[in-house]
Design a protein around this ligand. Structure first.
Ligand code: HPA
Length: 236
């Protein structure tokens, strides 16, 4: 069995898949954190690996950028590859003064301007994309145990990285903390499949101050997010 987007066979993925946006980040994670990682998909270079972390099977595969992209990959992992949990490990732009660069945010929900939901599932209304409570609770507890700060709040998932109207900042007025481009689609796919998802994001840029992370800082905060995600995966 394979799909047009994924050459892996059934059974090639672990029950838990970590998903960064960037395929090179997927490769880096496999080489750095995953024991005996083997490449299970490389269609369109969207590298997917399976191996183990502290003796437990785990996979990592990129999801690309935006709702349609993460929508395809997560739909297939949940529905065709028997994956039970997906943790997105990405970056986001802060839209709230409560956040600073390097903070790590877990999305309890994801407001969105994307039409992914209504079109894919024929919904007449507005679905509320939410994280798996169990995954979120596990991640929060894990972060506390390993001494890492994890902020929990609402994300804003946009279809527009280049947004002339600066609409993202309006979402801060209704409590959203950070803008990214994938959590909402991932969350609805998890609910539709009866599976579990969580998006954890490192703040890489700040829309209020115009700051962004230099490469060294990116590396350091990435490590914090990875440790939270990997240690969380051991408890699922
Ligand atoms: N906008 C959308 N997605 C993002 C951003 C942003 O500013 N930063 C990281 N992902």
């Amino acid at each position: 069995m394979s799909t047009p987007q994924n050459s892996a066979q059934k059974g090639d993925f672990a029950k838990t898949v970590l998903m960064p946006g960037d395929p090179l980040r997927s490769k880096f994670i496999a080489e750095t954190y995953i024991d005996d990682a083997r490449l299970v998909n490389n269609v369109r270079g969207i590298q997917g690996y399976t191996g183990s972390y502290k003796g437990r099977p785990i996979s990592v595969m990129a999801h690309g950028m935006g709702c349609p992209s993460v929508g395809i990959y997560s739909y297939e992992l949940f529905n065709y590859y028997d994956v039970d949990h997906i943790i997105r490990i990405g970056t986001a732009g802060a839209i709230s003064p409560k956040l600073k660069l390097r903070d790590v945010v877990a999305g309890i929900g994801a407001c969105t301007n994307s039409n992914y939901f209504n079109a894919q599932f024929g919904l007449n209304g507005h679905f509320a994309p939410t994280a798996s409570y169990r995954l979120l609770e596990t991640a929060v507890g894990t972060a506390r145990e390993i001494g890492k700060d994890l902020v929990v709040g609402n994300l804003y998932t946009t279809d527009h990285f280049y947004d002339a109207s600066n609409a993202a900042l309006e979402w801060a007025n209704v409590g959203c903390l950070a803008v990214e481009m994938e959590a909402a689609a991932l969350y609805i796919n998890a609910h539709q499949a009866g599976k579990e998802a969580l998006a954890i994001c490192t703040i890489s840029d700040h829309l209020l101050t115009g700051e962004d992370l230099d490469p060294e800082a990116r590396e350091k905060t990435f490590t914090d997010m990875m440790e939270i995600a990997l240690e969380t995966s051991l408890k699922l």
